[in-house]
Design a protein around this ligand. Structure first.
Ligand code: SF4
Length: 326
């Protein structure tokens, strides 16, 4: 494969083909930097050398009734994840203040729920209104499955973006979860978009999926025209059914990020999410050549390397964290 020519075709507006997607995932180690360079050309046009830093707020942890087999927050598995009820409006606003202090451009409030209760929704809407009044920050919510009415309420309260990951391909999804379907997830993404919110929607790599599953996910995200794509790498957690799954290799993680970037050239954010430190190891800075966004300060139930190390990594690799005036 001529990687530079592939980048040129994508930059000219051609969709990545199935054969090209497979070639990326099958590329030899000796061509890894060329594959990343192809992804970087698209990343650079879309986001320059900027890195968008996002902060997650675990607004209700654990005791989720769903059975997602990778997740420590499912009530169905014995894990060491914290369990606590939904936080108050004041807690959520304080979380936003801290996120602003860390230099975040997006603050995402997350609850471990199948879908929001009416009181969850009311609290999130009140928090959103207060946060938007006080801070210049993009606001995201991730509350599980959503219908159109609930999506409208969040959008009207000031939530800019709704997160609901597809997690994996449609055909692999039943191996990952049985309590809701891939179609339920797609419907939620569409409800969020229909209400005027941006869609934040990605997945988790390393759950026993095939290369074809990764490609199907990347292409489904393209069909949905998703604005923001978080890519997690499974760090198998004790107590979950996926506890003994093998981690993705760092080089395959980089190939996967290049695939997602080249398949979704118009996405505003391709984000390095959970598992990036443990899976990418010393290759982590290279991932910024495909991705233009990171979560800092941890991933709901696991910690990361922290904002200070993240900012040092961004600068050392020649990138620049984007900032908002507050
Ligand atoms: S719905 Fe979310 S919080 Fe609940 S088990 Fe699945 S991934 Fe975990």
């Amino acid at each position: 494969m001529e990687w530079n020519e592939l980048a040129g075709r994508v930059l000219a507006g051609q969709d990545l083909t199935n054969d090209e997607a497979h070639a990326i995932l099958d590329s030899p180690d000796a061509e890894l930097l060329e594959v990343l360079q192809a992804a970087f050309q698209v990343r650079k046009r879309q986001a320059g050398m900027g890195v968008r830093v996002h902060v997650l707020q675990n607004a209700k942890s654990g005791a989720c009734p769903e059975d997602c087999t990778f997740c420590t927050q499912s009530v169905q598995y014995q894990t060491d994840a914290a369990i606590y009820p939904r936080q108050s409006v004041d807690d959520l606003v304080e979380g936003a203040r801290q996120a602003v202090k860390m230099g975040a451009v997006t603050y995402c409030m997350v609850t471990a729920t199948r879908s929001p209760s009416s009181s969850d929704l009311e609290t999130m809407c009140r928090a959103a209104t207060a946060i938007k009044k006080n801070y210049n920050i993009k606001l995201c919510a991730s509350l599980g499955l959503l219908n159109s009415r609930e999506a409208q309420s969040l959008a009207q309260a000031g939530v800019d973006r709704y997160n609901h990951n597809l997690e994996t391909s449609a055909s692999h999804f039943p191996q990952v979860c049985s309590t809701h379907s891939f179609g339920d997830r797609v419907a939620t993404v569409k409800a969020a978009r229909g209400a005027g919110m941006e869609a934040c929607c990605g997945g988790i790599m390393g759950m026993g999926e095939s290369p074809k599953d990764r490609i199907d996910l990347a292409f489904t995200l393209r069909e949905l025209d998703v604005e923001s794509i978080p890519i997690n790498f499974l760090d198998p957690r004790p107590g979950t059914p996926m506890a003994s799954v093998e981690r993705v290799s760092p080089r395959d993680a980089l190939r996967t990020l290049a695939l997602v970037r080249l398949a979704n050239p118009k996405a505003i954010d391709i984000r390095l999410a959970g598992g990036r430190e443990i899976v990418l190891g010393p290759l982590q800075p290279l991932a910024l050549f495909a991705a233009n966004s990171i979560f800092t300060n941890g991933y709901l139930t696991t910690s990361g390397q922290g904002p200070s190390a993240d900012l040092s990594m961004i600068r050392a690799a020649g990138f620049e964290a984007e900032v908002l005036e507050n």
